[in-house]
Design a binder for this molecule. Structure first.
Ligand SMILES: Nc1ncnc2c1ncn2[C@@H]1O[C@H](COP(=O)(O)OP(=O)(O)O)[C@@H](O)[C@H]1O
Ligand SMILES: CC(C)(COP(=O)(O)O)[C@@H](O)C(=O)NCCC(=O)O
Length: 395
């Protein structure tokens, strides 16, 4: 693991009891994107602690009157790594550096600009902690996506394990998760989000990731991909279960066409590339799920970006290779698992005995995490900058 890919948190004194201005920042700096997770407490004039306590109790969450309670929100934000200065400015303007988290390559920068030091965390461990937390605590976190239909999955926190977590960042990690802190990284592939963005940038001259993704909407992969039908005179190869429209060879037409790069539309290139990467990840993921008898596969990482075509392609690949036996699921907070996991570990280490109690507004879900009860609800739109309402109990 390179330092660039290491999650960090800022060490700081956390004045938990005297916490009117409490904000705890966790900053995750990796190859492409910097993720921030931070907690801000409600303005005392908006909600008082008794109100929060009784709200939780009315929803079934037991609280201890002797412990201080903080109501607030967990916020999520992301910045491109090249825009580290915007990120620092944001942290500074929000005064987040006064409370907590974040990465090594930028240690000096953080020290110089914000006067905070950075601690190192284990990436896989944080990913798993973040995934377990979200899957157990956040209502409507996981969903399936097929043929344009998004369906939220009902996850029973008591029947979550084992599952395969596929994190699609710059590269791809496949992790078999058996419990809290119990996991094994079983596979991976270097053909991931960085490959899509890197090759896409070179081949289309797109200036940013969103532009490349947007292009793929309008493209037609059949212009560049060689289909089974292209090989067998327009017909299926039914005997081995391949329809005429199945991709036989990604980018395969580019070898036979007497064309140069400029002759292809960037839209078509983007589409083919997106399908190639998504298909491949879906297939390898399923094979690993099969290897360990795992029925559920959760896909995360910022490559996905809640993009319909990406999710659809991954779902179709899993469905195709498993003959309908396995199902791909996606997470609303796809890109924040590591940051959230590091935030959770910070809570555990620095705030001994802390209970995070998240306020369920409509769908209370009780989960037990390291002996603590967690309740939560979501605000905002999926996979963007959003927040989770929560209350925090101190010791
Ligand atoms: N704004 C963006 N800039 C760069 N890459 C992006 C952006 N949004 C999504 N991505 C995709 O997300 C990938 C990085 O995913 P992420 O989960 O942040 O992993 P990493 O930890 O490797 O940075 C990129 O390789 C790219 O495919
Ligand atoms: C090295 C990494 C864990 C780093 O994580 P990332 O920043 O890509 O999210 C990941 O890129 C990866 O698992 N790459 C694939 C390596 C392989 O198994 O071939």
């Amino acid at each position: 693991m390179s330092l660039l890919h290491t999650p960090f948190r800022v060490s700081n004194n956390l004045h938990f009891r005297d916490s009117r201005t409490y904000s705890n920042l966790l900053c995750w700096l990796t190859g492409s994107l910097i993720k921030l997770v931070y907690f801000s407490r409600y303005d005392d004039s908006c909600r008082d602690d008794d109100e929060l306590r009784s709200q939780n109790e009315s929803l079934g969450s037991k609280s201890d009157n002797s412990r201080p309670v903080l109501g607030g929100k967990l916020h999520f934000a992301k910045f491109e790594t090249s825009k580290i200065n915007d990120c620092l400015e944001f942290i500074h303007s929000m005064k987040l550096h006064l409370g907590g988290g974040g990465a090594y390559k930028f240690a000096d920068l953080f020290k110089e600009k914000l006067s905070v030091s950075l601690d190192k965390e284990d990436e896989m461990e944080c990913l798993v902690t973040g995934a377990n937390f979200l899957l157990k605590a956040v209502h409507q976190e996981a969903f399936t996506y097929l043929d344009g239909q998004k369906e939220f999955a009902q996850i029973d926190p008591n029947d979550l394990y084992p599952y395969l977590l596929v994190n699609i960042g710059s590269g791809v990690s496949m992790i078999k998760v058996d419990g809290d802190g119990k996991f094994e990284r079983v596979s991976g592939t270097s053909l991931g989000g960085g490959t899509f963005w890197g090759l896409g940038r070179l081949l289309t001259k797109c200036k940013n990731f969103d532009e490349l993704l947007e292009l793929s909407h309008q493209g037609n992969n059949r212009v560049i991909d060689m289909l089974v039908g292209d090989i067998y005179g327009g017909t299926d190869y039914a005997k081995i279960g391949l329809s005429a429209t199945t991709i036989a060879s990604s980018f395969g037409k580019a070898i036979s066409d007497n064309k140069e790069l400029v002759d292809y539309k960037p839209e078509d290139i983007s589409r083919s590339l997106l399908r190639m990467i998504s298909n491949n990840i879906g297939q390898i993921s399923y094979l690993n799920a099969l290897r360990f008898g795992l029925k559920r596969i959760f896909f995360a990482g910022f490559f996905i970006r809640g993009h319909a075509y990406t999710m659809d392609t991954i779902s179709v690949a899993v469905n195709f290779w498993s003959k309908g036996e396995a199902e791909a699921m996606f997470l609303r907070h796809e890109g924040f698992l590591g940051a959230l996991g590091a935030f959770m570990s910070y809570e555990k280490q620095c705030l001994d005995g802390l209970t995070v109690n998240k306020i369920p507004q409509r769908f209370p879900i009780s989960v037990s995490s390291a002996g603590n009860k967690i309740y939560c609800s979501m605000n905002g739109k999926s996979n963007g900058n959003e927040s989770i309402e929560c209350t925090v109990y101190g010791t």
